[in-house]
Design a protein around this ligand. Structure first.
Ligand code: NAP
Length: 249
């Protein structure tokens, strides 16, 4: 019998949870536990870390999980590596539901970097206005360039002090539309953007708006991950799970 574990944290994971619940599979949805009020979905849930790859392997054995779907954010590298290791140990099947990265389009002024330290280095030395679109747990490195005016956007209000003095925090949950991103960047006179190459539609409006405004984007490349089967759509995951409707039966 199929017992699925969805490692969640993205809008695609929520769509998958809807499809899995609708198809009647036994499945659990796992939240990372960082967002205070995560978007709801219909499956039974668990929340917070498993305790590394060995903790996840233990969970898979205990709960008799047969299929693991890694639908975490493309930058949630630790969770994804743990999933590869735990599935190799336990024999559970693994698939990643992961959007393709954005490709550079004509007019884009991207400076592609491999890590946060390089992103900080890529910003100018003289004061500028930066939209730092990288998620709360990754902003500490930018304390090394405290001269800039930073605009940040979080799902939850920040609980801790920010690492630079000039910070304008927007509390909002995506997806964001092109026009509203243009308005936000114009009204705050944004001059630089720092973003992660998350891919997908929900987060790309800021990249389109940056191109429209001719702004440079410091683009963090995706982390290197071990090889694993990977698909880009919920329908492909459903097919992998053996859902008959998706097999055309
Ligand atoms: P990470 O660095 O890969 O994860 C760190 C640790 O958090 C993992 O080793 C694991 O702890 C725990 N963890 C992460 N995701 C989990 C999940 N779905 N279920 C149970 N434990 C999980 O990832 P991160 O950057 O901290 O991201 C945390 C979560 O936020 C992920 O689920 C990710 O998809 C989500 N996220 C969403 C967005 C978005 O835009 N939607 C952006 C960033 C992050 P243990 O080692 O103890 O198991």
């Amino acid at each position: 019998m199929t017992r699925a574990l969805i490692l969640g944290g993205t809008s695609d994971a929520r769509l998958l949870a809807d499809a899995v619940a609708h198809a009647g599979f036994e499945a659990t949805y796992s939240y990372g536990g960082r967002t205070r009020a995560p978007a709801t979905q219909p499956l039974p849930t668990r929340s917070g870390g498993f305790g590394g790859a060995s903790g996840l392997a233990e969970y898979i054995r205990r709960e008799k999980i047969t299929h693991v779907i890694d639908a975490t954010h493309p930058f949630a590298a630790e969770m994804s590596r743990n999933a590869v290791a735990a599935c190799a140990t336990t024999g559970a099947r693994l698939i990643a539901l992961e959007r393709a990265p954005w490709a550079k389009a004509p007019g884009d002024k991207w400076i592609e970097v491999a890590d946060l330290a390089s992103a900080v280095t890529a910003l100018p030395l003289t004061r500028t206005r930066v939209f730092l679109a990288i998620g709360r747990q990754h902003i500490a490195a930018f304390g090394a360039k405290p001269q800039h005016a930073y605009t940040l956007r979080f799902v939850d209000p920040p609980g801790e002090p920010l690492p630079f003095p000039d910070a304008d925090v927007i509390v909002s949950r995506g997806p964001f539309a092109f026009e509203s991103e243009l308005d936000m960047m114009r009204s705050r006179r944004i001059e630089w953007i720092v973003a992660r190459n998350s891919g997908g539609e929900g987060a790309r409006a800021k990249i389109d708006a940056a191109r429209e405004l001719g702004l440079p984007v410091v683009m963090l490349k995706r982390p290197e991950l071990p090889d694993r089967p990977r698909v880009e759509s919920v329908a492909e995951v459903m097919q992998w799970l053996g859902h008959r409707a998706c097999l055309g039966a």
